[in-house]
Each structure stands twice: as structure tokens, then as C-alpha cells.
Design a protein around this ligand. Structure first.
Ligand SMILES: [Zn+2]
Length: 863
């Protein structure tokens, strides 16, 4: 590619032919490798490099140089090919030669700096940079290639990234959008600062020819990593289709496979990298991390030594090992590796940022926040550091409620509304699950509840995003997304806390050495033991996946989360993992499961531990579990059939009945019939149809479930007892069915069934404590039940919303306080009530009473 020279930026000195020549020479040195207007053999040689035929590329370039080549591009190609093969000494020599020959070429010096550095020649690397500096001083940058090279140089010497972006890269992209390397430079800078959105944008704007370059696809993969696994995998595959030996692409593939705990396949990718360059330090670092995960200390040490062979002070190696371990929740070991990286280079920001995340996840907040501030001060553009620092500012306003080795941190208002309730759930979970699994936590557990989705994501992942997560447990640190962050149908937060605390227990027991499926499986399983309305139920889709080919064998569950391609598959991964735990406990006993956890803690791989503790070979366990899961699926709605419902949306009940004649047990048809009869207000027929629907598939609590429709029918036909009964059943099966809770409160109040009203107010609060209605309901019921403390708390909660009837609420609160003998507090509340409603007669009476000597409490007045 040639640079358009029509409007070169202003510069001193050179003009005309000299300028053209310099531009050509300069651009040659950056990795712009195709579309040459020069000789065909240069293009062919570039093609060899691009497609990974490095040895042939090196030979061709060397031949050309020997026969008198005069373009720096040949040296660049030769040097790059040598480096790709791990021959850094040769690459260094090639660049020595090139620099002597083309001393005015900025980019060439920079490339030399890169090669010397990777090859462990620190002194020469520094000299090459100094050479660039001298050139820079001697003349202003002008051509696009020079601008980009200069920007890269400034970055390498620690200049402000934002400044480099604005002054060097962005102007080139704007003026010469065909200059591919400028797009790469922007994307690389953005990725280094964790700004993946900008990286993706820069790559999208790159010229079409980029699609032929494996490097483009690798950068794209990195930009998608973390958000979009399918696109990442595709980009990696695209890179490898062009160049199957591309080290960066192979390393990305290995990384994904390691994450999926598919160590054997990861090893194949690593072997491919090392087949091209036997000394590639990143490949050896990943090997060391995998050896660590396999509890192979000798293998780990040997691989790490190899990783340092080329450049003994490379901070990248320990950083990579640690980062990989942290992905497996080995934060302590990960943090230790980041510290080692920082010993080699105290300024290595990637290690500092990762150490910061590790420490925050370990609950070591003092040092963690200090590092966040440090990274952000050094590098104002790093997105992770910036996010963390603003998160810390938000957290400063949180309140901490502590008890029993638990530190619960919540937004002030949320703490007032449900802090004590949340703490009670956590204390109970800690006690019940700790006893059950034989775990005594030896350090406090921090639980942080975030009303802002972004803060939750940043605290959890260092990045905004994190859609679909309700809570995350790192062991001693739990992060939870509050109902405020969840939109209009929040999940049951009590279930979330129970689930996360269960992770804390099992992670502690295994010293964080457990596969995700087992950790999730136990947490979901324990949720449903604690409350059948928590956890997951067998939906029609889960049933279909279980009876069909959606089930993953027990021995392969380690990859089930990472391989899930849709949110349904992720949900099913949770469901299946819980089913696997239930199977293990049912068939082999809780003790076998607990002993398996102990083995994991001792470093055994999960399938080995399971075989040891169940006494059954893996294949047998796989077979038994598959049978267990299928039996469960078959026992769910056993009579129902599942043909696709084939009637128009607008069909009336007669049409649906006609279809059902041919499919009498079809669940979808019966569901539609029940819903349609309710719509047509044919109550007697609706009741019969819906009772049938309920007994066909009693577990179904999804949209248009029999309970909801039946309750509507009973409501319309004036059968409150029956209505309450079906709603109770629904609420028992679905912990987040707030529609049922609300109606049950009304029915309970109307019938004077105050225990039912209180129970359902509490259930509603377990889903959404952020509206006054459930607090009001609880206050009313608790007053009747003489649960004074609960009533006081509920009245106070109502006041927290700034309700228009605050005076009345305060008056009632004052009455409760008076009854409890808290006369001073009662007086305060009644005085405040009178501020808002100075003419309230009953408030004046109460005030008079409170002013006089203590008398037996007055009987409560009716509202
Ligand atoms: Zn979980």
C-alpha cells in the first residue's frame, strides 16, 4: 500500500522526490504487508509471511537482500520471519544491518526496539529508542507512517495515551483512512487500556484489505473477548484460516480452551505455537499455569523457567500465569504471581491492575484501593482503573452492617429498607451451610449490594456489562446486584444471598479449587432445599433438552458453562449442574460429596475425586446420571404431549378445543384453552380446563400458568378460599411471584388471616423491598399480630420513601413505640407528625399522654 501524498502534512525540509522516497521507506517498516506496487516477488514474499510460511519468507528475503535489494521492507520481512520462528538473535542482526543502511527510518528503529527487547537485549533496545528520539528531535513527523511510528514511540516511552491517540493516531485515521497501520495502532492502544469498545470501532473502520491479515482478526478477537464468545472464536478461526501458525491467534485459542478447562485441547494449541517458536514465552507461561491448575509443581517450575529463557526480566510471564490462575478463582496464587511480575518491573501496569482486582476479590481492600488509585494516577486512560476509582467513591457512601463475621455493605437507603433482613439471611446461611459442609470460615465475609448495575459490574469484573449476573462470589467477597439494578421483574434476593454464601462455604472447603459446575450445582441445589420456590424448576425447554441431546455427561460438565451459546443454555447449565449434585447426594450420599470437596481442596481433578469417593468409574457415573436426569424429565408432566400448537393467535376456545380433540394431552393446547376461556369469561369451563392443566404439569410456573389463571377464575366467581389456596401453591413454587403475594395479602386482610398477610408481605419484600407497599402491608399485619419490632421497622421503612401520608405513618409509629415503652422516641415521632398535620386530634391526645406519667398503653384505634 502506498500512502497518498496529495496533501502531506506540513514538515520541514524535504520535498518532492525526497519526500516520496522517505514515505515509501518508512511505511515499509510497519506491518503493512500487501498490495505492493513493487515487484511481484515482494508481494509474494509478504504473502509467505502473512500465511505463516516463515522459513520460506526468511529465505526469500535473505536471497533478495543478498542480490542487492534496496528497500527496507526486505529487511523487515526477514527480521519478522526470524522473530516468528524464535530466532531473535538473527532477527536482531537483520535489524542492525537495516538500521545502518536506513538510518532515517523511524519505524525501523522502533521495530528493532521491539525485537531487541523480546530477545532480551535490553541495552540495544534502549539505544534503538534513543535513536528514534534523536530523529524526532531532528525533524517533525510528517507522513502518516511516521506519525504512527512516532505515536508508538511515545507510548513505549510512557507518554499519555489519550494524548498520543488524539495527536498522532486519530489525525492519521481521519486524513488517510486507508492507512491500515493507524487503525491497528488505535486498536492496540485501546486494548492495552481495556477500552474494548474503541478497539472494535477502530477495527470496523479499517480498510477492506485488512480482512486478509491475520493480525486484524486477532485484534478483533481481543476486542470481543469478554462480551461475545462466539464472535471471538470466529475471529480466531478467521485468523488461523489465513495463517494456521499465527502465534497470537493460537494463544487466544489456547486461552479459551484453558478457560473451558479443556487442558488437552489447549495443549495442542500451545504445542503448535512452540512448534513454530520453541521459546515463545507466553506459550510457556500458559503451560506453567495449566501445570499449576493440575497441581503439577515440578511441571509449573520447568515451564516457567523456559518462559524466562529468552528474557529473564520479562514481567509478562508471571503476569500471564497469575491472570490465568485468577480466572480459576485462585486469587491468592494469582496475586502472588502479579507481585513477582512487579518485582521484575515495578512499573508494569498490567500486573498492578490485575493485582488490584485480585486483592479486591480477596477482600484485601486497603491495598486493593490503593493500587487502583496508583494505576489511575499513572495511567488516566486505563478504563479498569478509572472505573474502580469511581466505584470506590460510590462505595464510600455505603453503610456497613456487621455481625457474626459478616460485613454487609449497602447503599444507605437500601440498608434502611432491608439491611437487617439481608443480614439475617446471610447469618442463617452461614450457620446452616457451614454446619452442613463442615466449614468454619476463618475470616470475615464481605457482601456488597449494588443499586447501580455499572458499579456491580465494575466491582465484579472490573468492567461495565455483566448482564445476566445477579451475584458473584469470589470466596470471602460476594457482590450482589440489588433489585434497583434489575429492572421491573427482580429476582428473589434472599435466594441470591443464600446461593452466594453457599459458594463462599464450598470455595473455602476446596480452597477455591473447584470446577464451576460443581460450585454452581451445589449452590442451586442448596437454594431449592432451603426454599422450594428458589432454585430452578424443570421448564418445558429444560425437559426437552434433558430428554433430547442437550444433556452434558457428568464427566464433561466442566465445559458446560463456557460452551453455553445462549442464555437458555446458561440457565440449563445451572439446572443440570444442580441436578448432578442432587444425583450424587441421592445415589452416593452427602458424605461422598463432602469428601469429594476435600479431595478437590487437596488438588485432585474433579473426575478423579468423584471416582474415588463414589467408588464408581467415570463411565458408570455418566450413565447413572444420564438415567437419573432422564427419569426426572420423564416424571415431569409424564402424561403431556408437546406437539406444536397449530391454531391462529386469534382462535376462540371452540377452535382450540377442536384442535385438542386430536391432541388431547397437549400441554400448549390445554394452556391456550384455559387462557382463552378466561378471556371469554366462561368461568365454569375455565375452572375445569385449568384444574386439568394444573394436574397435567404442576411444576409449570411460567407465563400463563394454571395457578394464575385459576386464581383469576376464582376471583371472578367469588371463591376467596379456593383463590387463596391456588395462589399459596403458586407462591410456594415460585419465590418471585409477587403478583401472588400481593393478592394473598389482600385476601388475608379481608379474611382477617393476619399470619397469611404477614407471610406474603415478607415474601414480597424478599423480591422487591424498594417500594412502600410491601412494608405497609407488613406493618398492618405485624401490628395485628403484636409483632411490634417488625411493625416498627416496617413503619420506619415506609417513611424512608417520603410518602405523602407521612404524618399518619408517624402517628402509628409513635403508637407502637409508646406501646413498647419507648416514650422519648414516641414523642419525637408524634411531634414530627404534628409538624405535618398540626390539627390531628389523635396526635395531640397521644402527645398529651406522652407528656404525662406513664400509663398503660391505649388500645389501638382502627385506621
Ligand atoms: Zn453461582
Amino acid at each position: 500500500m502506498l500512502i497518498p501524498l496529495a496533501q502531506p502534512p506540513r514538515r520541514h525540509g524535504a520535498t518532492g522526490v525526497g519526500q516520496l522516497l522517505r514515505a515509501v521507506l518508512t511505511v515499509s517498516c510497519v506491518a503493512v504487508l500487501f498490495g505492493s506496487a513493487w515487484a511481484a516477488d515482494l508481494a509474494e514474499t509478504e504473502e509467505l509471511f502473512r500465511t505463516g510460511k516463515y522459513a520460506a519468507c526468511e529465505r526469500a528475503a535473505a536471497g533478495e537482500i543478498a542480490s542487492g535489494a534496496d528497500a527496507a521492507r526486505w529487511w523487515v520481512l526477514k527480521g519478522r520471519a526470524e522473530a516468528a520462528l524464535g530466532k531473535y538473535e538473527a532477527a536482531g542482526k537483520t535489524l542492525d544491518e537495516a538500521r545502518a543502511r536506513f538510518p532515517g527510518d523511524l519505524a525501523l528503529h522502533l521495530l528493532a526496539h521491539e525485537m531487541y527487547r523480546a530477545g532480551g537485549r535490553e541495552k540495544e533496545a534502549a539505544a534503538a529508542l534513543a535513536a528514534v528520539e534523536r530523529r524526532v528531535e531532528a525533524r517533525a513527523a510528517a507522513t502518516p507512517a511516521e506519525m504512527v511510528a512516532l505515536g508508538r514511540h511515545l507510548l513505549a516511552t510512557g507518554a499519555d495515551a489519550k494524548d498520543v491517540l488524539d495527536r498522532y493516531f486519530t489525525p492519521v485515521v481521519r486524513k488517510t483512512p486507508d492507512h491500515l497501520d493507524a487503525h491497528y495502532a488505535v486498536a492496540e492502544l485501546a486494548l492495552a487500556k481495556h477500552d474494548r469498545a474503541l478497539a472494535a470501532e477502530a477495527l470496523q473502520k479499517a480498510p477492506k484489505e485488512a480482512h486478509r491479515d491475520p493480525r486484524y482478526h486477532v485484534l478483533l478477537a481481543r476486542a470481543f473477548a469478554g462480551d461475545d464468545r462466539a464472535r471471538t472464536a470466529k475471529a480466531v478461526a478467521d485468523a488461523l484460516a489465513i495463517n494456521p501458525r499465527h502465534a497470537d491467534a493460537l494463544l487466544l485459542r489456547a486461552d479459551a480452551l484453558v478457560n473451558a478447562e479443556d487442558f488437552a485441547a489447549a495443549e495442542t494449541a500451545l504445542a503448535a505455537v512452540l512448534g513454530v517458536d520453541p521459546g515463545e514465552p507466553r506459550a510457556w507461561a500458559v503451560r506453567a499455569a495449566v501445570a499449576h491448575l493440575r497441581a503439577d509443581a515440578a511441571g509449573e517450575a520447568a515451564a516457567r523457567d523456559k518462559a524466562f529463557a529468552r528474557r529473564p526480566d520479562d514481567p509478562q510471564v508471571d503476569h500471564l500465569i497469575g491472570r490465568t490462575l485468577s480466572r480459576f478463582y485462585r486469587f491468592r496464587e494469582g496475586a502472588a504471581y502479579q507481585r513477582k511480575a512487579l518485582e521484575k518491573d515495578a512499573k508494569y501496569l498490567s500486573a498492578k491492575a490485575q493485582l488490584c482486582l485480585d486483592l479486591l476479590r480477596l477482600g484485601d481492600e486497603v491495598e486493593g484501593w490503593k493500587l487502583a488509585a496508583e494505576v489511575s494516577a499513572i495511567d488516566g486512560y486505563d478504563v479498569v482503573a478509572h472505573n474502580l476509582v469511581s466505584l470506590r467513591d460510590h462505595l464510600a457512601n455505603f453503610r456497613t452492617i456487621a455481625a457474626d463475621g459478616l460485613l454487609l455493605r449497602m447503599d444507605e437507603k437500601e440498608a434502611d429498607l432491608y439491611g437487617p433482613r439481608a443480614l439475617a439471611v446471610l447469618r442463617r446461611a452461614k450457620r446452616v451451610l457451614g454446619e452442613k459442609y463442615g466449614v468454619a470460615l476463618d475470616r470475615p465475609v464481605t457482601v456488597e449490594v449494588f443499586p447501580r448495575k455499572q458499579d456491580f459490574a465494575v466491582r465484579t469484573f472490573g468492567m461495565p456489562g455483566a448482564d445476566g449476573y445477579l451475584g458473584v462470589c469470589f470466596g470471602p467477597v460476594v457482590t450482589v446486584s440489588s433489585p434497583a439494578a434489575q429492572g421491573k421483574d427482580p429476582a428473589n434476593w434472599e435466594a441470591v444471598l443464600w446461593h452466594e454464601l453457599c459458594h463462599t462455604i464450598t470455595l473455602h472447603k476446596t480452597r477455591n479449587k473447584m470446577p464451576r459446575w460443581l460450585s454452581e450445582g451445589i449452590s442451586v441445589y442448596e437454594e431449592s432445599l432451603e426454599n422450594p420456590g428458589w432454585g430452578h424448576w424443570m421448564t418445558p425447554r429444560f425437559r426437552e433438552m434433558t430428554t433430547g441431546d442437550g444433556l452434558t455427561p457428568l464427566s464433561k460438565l466442566s465445559s458446560v458453562f463456557i460452551n453455553a451459546k445462549s442464555s437458555v443454555e446458561v440457565q440449563f447449565a445451572y439446572y443440570e449442574s444442580a441436578l448432578a449434585v442432587e444425583f450424587l447426594v441421592t445415589r452416593y450420599g452427602l458424605d461422598a460429596l463432602k469428601a469429594t470437596l476435600d479431595d478437590l481442596g487437596a488438588g485432585l481433578p474433579v473426575n478423579e475425586a468423584l471416582e474415588r469417593r463414589t467408588g464408581a468409574p467415570s463411565a458408570k457415573l455418566d450413565g447413572e446420571f444420564a438415567a437419573f436426569a432422564r427419569d426426572r424429565a420423564k416424571a415431569t408432566a409424564p402424561e403431556a404431549t408437546w406437539e406444536k400448537l397449530d391454531v391462529p393467535d386469534a382462535a376462540d376456545s371452540t377452535a382450540v378445543r377442536a384442535w385438542l380433540e386430536k391432541h388431547p394431552k397437549n400441554f400448549w393446547g390445554r394452556q391456550r384453552l384455559g387462557a382463552q376461556l378466561v378471556r371469554e369469561e366462561k368461568w365454569a369451563e375455565a375452572e375445569a380446563a385449568l384444574r386439568g392443566l394444573r394436574s397435567l404439569y404442576p411444576e409449570y410456573v411460567g407465563e400463563d400458568n394454571a395457578y394464575e389463571l385459576l386464581a383469576a377464575t376464582y376471583r371472578k366467581t367469588g371463591k376467596p378460599t379456593e383463590e387463596a389456596a391456588v395462589l399459596e401453591e403458586w407462591a410456594g413454587r415460585d419465590g418471585a411471584a409477587t403478583v401472588a403475594h400481593q393478592r394473598l395479602i389482600e385476601l388475608g386482610e379481608a379474611a382477617g388471616d393476619w399470619p397469611a398477610a404477614a407471610r406474603n408481605a415478607r415474601r414480597w419484600l424478599a423480591v422487591n423491598p424498594l417500594t412502600p407497599a410491601p412494608h405497609r402491608a407488613l406493618a398492618r399485619a405485624a401490628e395485628r399480630l403484636k409483632e411490634r419490632d417488625e411493625a416498627v421497622a416496617a413503619r420506619r421503612a415506609v417513611l424512608r420513601f417520603g410518602v405523602p401520608d407521612a404524618a399518619d405513618v408517624r402517628y402509628r409509629l409513635a403508637l407502637l413505640l409508646e406501646q413498647g415503652g419507648q416514650r422519648d422516641q414516641a414523642r419525637r415521632e408524634v411531634l414530627r407528625a404534628l409538624e405535618d398535620a398540626p390539627r390531628s386530634r389523635e396526635a395531640h391526645e397521644l402527645l398529651l399522654r406522652l407528656a404525662g406519667p406513664a400509663t398503660p398503653p391505649a388500645p389501638e384505634k382502627a385506621p
